[in-house]
Design a protein. Structure first.
Length: 345
């Protein structure tokens, strides 16, 4: 397994820390148009697969039959911060299904958002299942199960029909049987598929281009594009990097994070996707690396790069808020330039 240096953390005049990783950019034909490190590395995309998991919610007709909106669909794709816009919608969604939060297989958690976490403590319920960042995804699976008349108690099992529908979509977009993939258990208790970084990139490029055989599945994918583009704050939280990226690019680039240093973006209009895995799992390295990848392959113009400069090089702050360093990407030259450098050496 080969990683490359992607991000440096500076303190004063010295590099104090480096983050290594792997990245791939693919098109809908399955071609890796840029790559850094060993893109055959097998890893867990974790929450970056949520847009694929949401396909069945629309494709089965559950979305329409239950009167859901694009906000619900964005929340089904979310790793949300537990802000009121998220938890209130989750609570209402469960109530419409005739359920409460005890039906959610994910465990209780505190909100990621600090203000919401403080409010939860003040209100006397510091941890709840609706606060879990995956609670919207779980509502999506529960809705499919309820709509089809399947058991809701076991929706988190890989052999449950709702999970099998997800694997059907995953198989088509991946181009091979997803049942044969290695599986672990995600932090939210659902099955977690593992696949190579390059395969994740090419699969999400097909998703970006809505490359599906049936009109119903294509329509579902397009509905997910629209929801994620329109309501990025429901996917993460207000003020988060994905919201800023959507604003600056006017929804052209859609972002979905995973856990342990994983990041994915896709571009529907161009049928492209980019995937990053930071080797040590540190989330602080993902966004500078992502901005560098998008800039290198020409997916951000000069004006967009200027607007995203603070995300591309966030400051290192001390305990009183003074800037004492910076986090910045490095080593993201295009493949052709890297090859020329190797030849010269």
């Amino acid at each position: 397994m080969s990683f490359v240096k992607m991000v440096e953390v500076w303190r004063g005049q010295l590099v104090e820390c480096v983050h290594l990783g792997v990245a791939a950019v693919a098109n809908a034909e399955g071609e890796i148009i840029e790559g850094w490190g060993d893109t055959s590395m097998v890893t867990y995309p974790r929450s970056a697969l949520k847009p694929i998991q949401a396909i069945a919610l629309v494709e089965t007709g559950a979305y329409q039959a239950c009167g859901l909106t694009s906000k619900h669909l964005a929340l089904a794709c979310a790793s949300h911060y537990g802000q009121p816009i998220h938890t209130e919608l989750v609570s209402a969604w469960l109530a419409d299904l005739g359920l409460d939060q005890s039906a959610l297989a994910c465990g209780a958690d505190r909100p990621f958002d600090e203000a919401s976490a403080v409010a939860a403590i003040r209100d006397g319920h510091p941890v709840q299942r609706i606060y879990h960042n995956c609670s919207g995804k779980h509502c999506g699976f529960l809705t499919v199960a309820r709509h089809r008349g399947w058991p809701i108690e076991t929706y988190d099992r890989l052999d449950h029909p709702a999970q099998q529908l997800y694997l059907d979509s995953l198989s088509e977009l991946l181009g091979r049987d997803a049942h044969a993939l290695p599986f672990g258990i995600d932090g939210c208790a659902l099955p977690a598929a593992a696949l190579p970084v390059r395969d994740m990139a090419s699969m999400m490029a097909r998703f970006a281009a809505a490359r599906a055989a049936s009109p119903g599945r294509r329509a579902a994918i397009l509905a997910i594009h629209d929801a994620m583009r329109t309501y990025p704050a429901y996917i993460s939280g207000t003020g988060q990097p994905g919201v800023e990226l959507a604003r600056v690019t006017r929804g052209r680039i859609i972002m979905k994070s995973g856990a342990e240093g994983f990041m994915m973006v896709y571009v529907p209009d161009q049928g492209l996707a980019a995937v990053i895995k930071i080797a040590d799992g540190n989330a602080r390295a993902r966004i500078p690396a992502l901005i560098a990848v998008l800039s290198t392959v020409g997916l951000l113009d000069a004006a967009e790069q200027r607007e995203l400069a603070r995300l591309a090089e966030p400051p290192v702050l001390n305990s009183v808020g003074a800037k004492v360093g910076r986090i910045c990407a490095c080593g993201f030259e295009p493949a052709a330039r890297r090859a020329q450098a190797v030849a010269r050496s």
